[in-house]
Design a protein around this ligand. Structure first.
Ligand code: SF4
Length: 84
């Protein structure tokens, strides 16, 4: 069996119209169907990380950012990051 030339890859991500962002993993609710509020970790995005990604998000055509995770408003740097 001979193989021909490889086809160009077509799975390169070029557009991301909706970005889902997890600012951190804390939540002040205690919903029964979710266990994220049991998380004791302190992982969270920093404003510097978000700023470092914004140019790439523009290039990828991000039009909407959906905040998920725990409760995004508990993030101390949420408001300044959301303005950009
Ligand atoms: S992350 Fe959402 S579903 Fe989970 S405890 Fe918080 S409010 Fe409830």
């Amino acid at each position: 069996m001979t193989s021909g030339p490889l086809l160009p890859r077509r799975d390169r991500i070029e557009r991301v119209p909706v970005l889902i962002l997890f600012p951190h993993e804390r939540c002040n609710c205690r919903c029964l169907m979710c266990d994220i509020w049991k998380t004791t970790g302190r992982n969270q995005l920093s404003p510097e990380e978000v700023r470092s990604w914004t140019e790439e998000w523009r290039r990828l055509g991000v039009r909407r950012v959906v905040l998920s995770g725990g409760e995004p408003l508990l993030h101390p740097g949420f408001a300044p990051s959301a303005r950009r």
